[in-house]
Write a protein that binds this ligand. Structure first.
Ligand SMILES: Nc1nc2c(c(=O)[nH]1)N[C@H]1C(S)=C(S)[C@@H](COP(=O)(O)O)O[C@H]1N2
Ligand SMILES: [Mo]
Length: 418
């Protein structure tokens, strides 16, 4: 267990004990009501105010909770109640979906630009605002499928959601301030606030991969001020990238010539690759260790192509004969998702699903595949492909990597037709 994990494990344990003590006291006060409350883990709404109690808490300190395929299937845009949370470092007092009202909050913008400056949230809110709908996904989502199971939070499929961000494009901000990029600027290096004594969180993303043109300082989500737990009052959103670059509680943003060498950049959040950017994962022996360094691996940059089956749900029974298999597909937004193929016979034959629509290039493509199915047991699979020919492996374990990132294996769902 590395040092950071050990610390957070101890914190989680302390938190659990404090919680048990509290619930035991509360339980005693109401005569326990026969609920055996002292055995229960805190629910998502107890960990973060405003969250749906159906979210699954993976850690209460730092806060890590995942949504479910069932909940994701009920909404076109994931509500703040149903959106997963991934904190590496909690900021005290922000475990709520309410806005984080902090007048005068400052973001420092600097590094390789013609003139560094500071900007307040009030000033940001007076600049032209842009909306973008994008898929937010933890790069560890799907980790529980890897065999052997890598260390880290055992995300199943719920570390993902689709939300609409509103804020000021970085490009718009620099133009408004009449600030020019230095030609040596290659990366954006960001720091989260350390208010309340929080540990630093520093991440870098290459300007080229990040689709600099759509990177924004987000102040809002789904038509409301950005919820505190999701990074309010201001968060960097790089549509098309995995969650890790989307720094919450943004305090500083610098244009730099190279990547941060901090712990969150290396060895964390990386996959083995041959040198190069946005390259495929280098296959490694499942179960083996990898000596992560900046030059033999890459950070979790652009989201790789993926698709999830949202209906029917695993283990469910549906009425035949016409069964609508439904789901979503997405990628990094660099090319459109071209097709989703569905198989109901273990991959022997595939049929193209109907793509019903998508929420812009960074959002989910909703697809449906009507199937005529006689009563019986089925296993349905779905595989997305984009116009660059990028597709999902039938066996996601081919990309097994020590830390279990970027799972995009074809999903298999067993259900019954009655
Ligand atoms: N300041 C800060 N920003 C952060 C993190 C964090 O721990 N601290 N976690 C990152 C990771 S790993 C993910 S997956 C996303 C999760 O975003 P959410 O909690 O809003 O769902 O936030 C990213 N931004
Ligand atoms: Mo993440």
């Amino acid at each position: 267990m590395d040092e950071q994990k050990k610390v957070s494990f101890e914190q989680a344990e302390m938190n659990r004990r404090a919680f048990l003590k509290k619930t035991a006291a509360a339980g005693a006060a109401v005569g326990m009501m026969g609920l055996g409350m002292a055995q229960q883990q805190p629910t998502a709404d107890q960990v973060v105010r405003g969250k749906n109690p159906k979210l699954v808490v993976l850690s209460s300190r730092p806060v890590v909770m995942e949504s479910t395929l069932e909940l994701l299937g009920t909404e076109r845009i994931t509500s703040k109640a149903n959106l997963f949370v991934r904190n590496n470092i909690d900021l005290p007092g922000l475990n709520t979906t309410e806005p984080n009202v902090q007048p005068g909050w400052v973001v420092e913008i600097g590094g390789l630009i013609s003139a560094p400056f500071r900007i307040t949230v009030e000033e940001l809110s007076r600049l032209p605002q842009t909306e973008v709908t994008s898929v937010l996904q933890c790069s560890g989502n799907g980790r529980a499928n890897f065999n052997p199971r890598p260390s880290g939070n055992p995300w199943t499929y719920g570390g993902v959601g689709q939300v609409t961000w509103r804020g000021v494009l970085l490009k718009t901000l620099l133009e408004a301030k009449e600030v020019k990029l230095n030609e040596n600027a290659r990366f954006i290096t960001m720091n989260a606030s350390t208010q309340g004594g929080a540990q630093p969180y520093e991440k870098s993303f290459p300007i080229s991969v990040l689709d600099y043109n759509s990177a924004m300082l987000a102040l809002g989500m789904n038509g409301e001020p950005l919820p505190a737990v999701h990074g309010g009052p201001v968060r960097l959103v790089a549509a098309g990238t995995f969650g890790t670059a989307n720094v919450k509680w943004l305090a500083k943003l610098e244009f730099t010539a190279s990547e941060s060498s901090g712990n969150e950049q290396v060895p964390r959040y990386r996959v083995p690759v041959l040198p190069g950017w946005n390259t495929p994962i280098l296959p490694t022996q499942p179960g083996s260790r990898y000596p992560y360094a900046l030059n033999n691996s890459r950070s979790n940059w652009g989201a790789n192509i993926n698709s999830f089956i949202l209906s029917p749900l695993a283990g469910s029974s549906v009425k035949g004969r016409l069964v609508e298999v439904r789901g979503v597909a997405w990628n990094d937004g660099l090319a459109p998702v071209e097709s989703v193929e569905v198989s109901v016979n273990g991959g022997t034959s595939w049929r193209k699903a109907i793509i019903e629509g998508n929420e812009g290039k960074f959002g989910w493509y909703r697809w449906v595949s009507p199937q005529l199915l006689a009563p019986g047991e089925y296993e349905v699979m779905a595989r997305a492909t984009d116009t660059l020919g990028r597709t999902q492996p039938l066996n996601g374990n081919v990309w097994w990597n020590e830390r279990g990132y970027e799972w995009n294996g074809v999903m298999r769902v067993k259900f019954k037709v009655t």
